[in-house]
Write a new protein. Structure first.
Length: 644
């Protein structure tokens, strides 16, 4: 309390006092602005949530594109291996019947556009049959697939190359043929045209600028979704290639290596052949970050374009209400009081002022003016009677003229004093009446400011009035400020892990939920065996605690438990902080106990629960904070145990 008083004192010295003594119109605008802040905050939070969802969707789309290409590539390679195995058994190839073999190879290529060529070479690498025409003798003895297939006698991958018979970029694979005694007869080679993956990219419906790149084991680009002519045959960005080469077989990250400038949400896959240590291809897919972020930014601008006119309209309504229901009526009261002070006791408050608290104040003004007018008439009547008697005395005793004149002057002086005292008494009664009327429930900020403004205009605002107004206003604003501060701190997507005290977050959660527990008659027993610090995400930890406590409350209400109790024990086991939350709500049925942490599983009535509370709690504790969250039945209730 002392600290808060010090803060309020500093605020007053810094100009807060001037804020609460300013004009009503400005303070109402400030109040309207404060009330509009949550709406603006919610709108902005929604947009950022949409932005996070868009980013997550983009990452998932990038992953999906990489998976689709990898799946297609694996199917191609598996089909190629089966085709080569079948060709190796054909009599045409075994007998090296060039004419019939090339006829078969051309038919296969015509039916399967994914192959740019199929060829057969002897054990020396001399190409003796090819689906693509040859103008001169061709040797493939230097090709990687030929060397590997010859050495390992397995289906082997090659690398990027320009076909010597068809002059197109490709990646090739080799299948070894053996004679009946196991000697190498030759190699069947299959060359892929990977450009058809660009059609897969076009059909994917991904944001503009989305792309993929397929490289061989050295990082040389074989196929690319955008501008292939400028990149195919060239090495992938070295930094990006080193990254994906050192990563596991699949991963996701953000980088700019796909075109050297644009930031992408990147996913990749490595594909291997049996028996080979290096991937035969690296598949890299990416969704441009700008395309995703720009969509979220447009959503923000759209919401603000709707929200700002609404806020401006609300401010205009506040100004109109302030003018017609407060300021104009106060101005009329001020003008009336000035005319009364000038001696016009017949003046009355205009009709539009009547109604509400100000109307009662106007009625008091009219009553005061009528009382003063009646008093003035009585005084004037007394003065007239006195003048008549004075005249009679003048006639009766001229010698008493001087004395009578002095007496009359004295009487007039006393009359003037009585008139002044009467006016002061009437004003005192009026002030007392105003004080009683203004003790009604005018406890909101706008009317507090109005009351202070009226008293200020009437020159009746004392230091006590100002101090009381400031204190009551600051209590409201302080409560509002603390409440807003508490909610803002709980969502923050804690971007980084931080050290926090478990005891403090448990206490905060209990304070937050205590009104709900109190209204349900739920008692809480908190025991702590020390103060324990952990590293994690504080707001997410609070979310887990509130999920468990809210579930306990719902069980108490659903089962109408008598004397509902929650026991929380904070301790440490095996160098881990432990929070055990136990209730007496009857426990969890054994048949559903293994399923309570599954997504979308709920025992509540339809519309009362989503089934993701405990699932998200387990994800937060176990995946985000490397801890564990378990549940079991203990005694006549359930116990949830958090270990971090």
């Amino acid at each position: 309390m002392t600290m808060m008083s010090g803060i309020f004192d500093m605020m007053a010295r810094g100009g807060m006092f001037r804020l609460f003594t300013a004009c009503i119109r400005r303070n109402l605008l400030i109040l309207a602005g404060i009330l509009a802040l949550p709406a603006v905050g919610i709108a902005i939070n929604d947009v950022f949530s949409e932005r996070r969802e868009s980013i997550a969707q983009a990452q998932a789309d990038s992953e999906r594109l990489a998976v689709d290409i990898a799946s297609e590539m694996e199917n191609l390679v598996a089909g190629a291996q089966q085709l080569a195995s079948a060709l190796a058994q054909s009599s045409e190839i075994r007998n090296q019947d060039q004419e019939r073999t090339e006829l078969i190879l051309r038919k296969i290529r015509g039916l399967n556009p994914q192959y740019v060529n199929l060829a057969v070479s002897d054990r020396t690498g001399r190409l003796w049959a090819s689906a693509a025409p040859r103008r001169s003798p061709v040797s493939v003895a230097d090709r990687r697939y030929f060397k590997n297939a010859s050495a390992t006698r397995r289906f082997s991958s090659g690398e990027f190359g320009i076909g010597r018979t068809f002059r197109k970029p490709t990646i090739n694979f080799g299948y070894p043929m053996e004679d009946r005694i196991g000697e190498l007869e030759g190699i069947i080679s299959l060359n892929f045209d990977l450009d058809f993956f660009r059609d897969l990219l076009k059909r994917s419906g991904l944001p503009p600028g989305s792309m993929y790149a397929i490289t061989d084991h050295r990082g040389t680009i074989i196929s690319r979704g955008i501008a292939p002519a400028a990149y195919v045959g060239k090495p992938l960005d070295l930094t990006l290639f080193r990254h994906i080469k050192s990563d596991p077989d699949k991963s996701q990250f953000t980088g700019s290596g796909l075109d050297g400038a644009t930031e992408f949400f990147i996913s990749h896959r490595k594909l291997f052949l049996a028996g080979e240590t290096d991937p035969y291809v690296y598949i890299v897919s990416g969704i441009p970050v700008d395309a995703v972020v720009q969509k979220a930014n447009k959503a923000l601008l759209l919401k603000l374009s709707v929200l700002v006119p609404f806020i401006l309209a609300a401010l205009l309504v506040v100004l109109l209400i302030a003018k017609f229901s407060i300021i104009d009526r106060i101005s009329a009261l001020e003008a009336t009081s000035q005319r009364i002070a000038a001696g016009d006791l017949e003046v009355r408050v205009p009709e539009f002022v009547k109604g509400g608290e100000l109307g009662e104040f106007a009625a008091a003004f009219d009553f005061m003016a009528a009382s003063l007018a009646e008093d003035m008439r009585r005084r004037e009547s007394a003065e007239a009677a006195l003048a008549e008697k004075q005249h009679q005395l003048e006639e009766l005793n001229c010698t008493l003229e001087g004395r009578i004149a002095e007496a009359v002057a004295e009487i007039r002086q006393k009359d003037q004093a009585l008139i002044q005292q009467s006016r002061q008494a009437a004003m005192g009664e009026m002030i007392t009446y105003i004080g009683h009327q203004w003790k009604q429930p005018l406890n909101n900020i706008a009317l507090l400011v109005q009351t202070l403004g009226v008293k200020y205009e009437l020159d009746q605002a004392s230091k006590d009035d100002v101090k009381s107004t400031i204190e009551r206003t600051l209590e409201n604003i302080g409560f509002m400020s603390r409440t807003i501060d508490d909610f803002r701190n709980f969502l923050r997507y804690d971007k980084e892990k931080k050290t926090f005290v478990v005891n403090e977050l448990v206490g905060w959660s209990l304070n937050f939920i205590s009104p709900s527990f109190s209204s349900c008659g739920i008692s809480v027993d908190l025991k702590a065996e020390g103060e324990f610090r952990v590293i994690g995400y504080p707001n997410e930890f609070i979310q887990v605690l509130l999920n468990i406590l809210n579930n306990a409350r719902d069980i108490f209400l659903e089962r109408d438990v008598r004397d509902p109790q929650v026991q929380i024990v904070i301790s440490s086991e095996n160098n881990r902080s432990v929070v055990a939350i136990r209730d007496n709500g009857g426990g969890i049925p054994e048949e559903i106990l293994p399923m309570i942490f599954q997504p979308y599983f709920t025992t509540k009535k339809e519309g009362s629960g989503t089934g993701i509370g405990l699932y998200m709690s387990k994800v937060i504790i176990e995946k985000n904070m490397n801890g564990s969250l378990t549940a079991r039945n203990v005694g006549n209730g359930a116990e949830f145990r958090i270990e971090i």
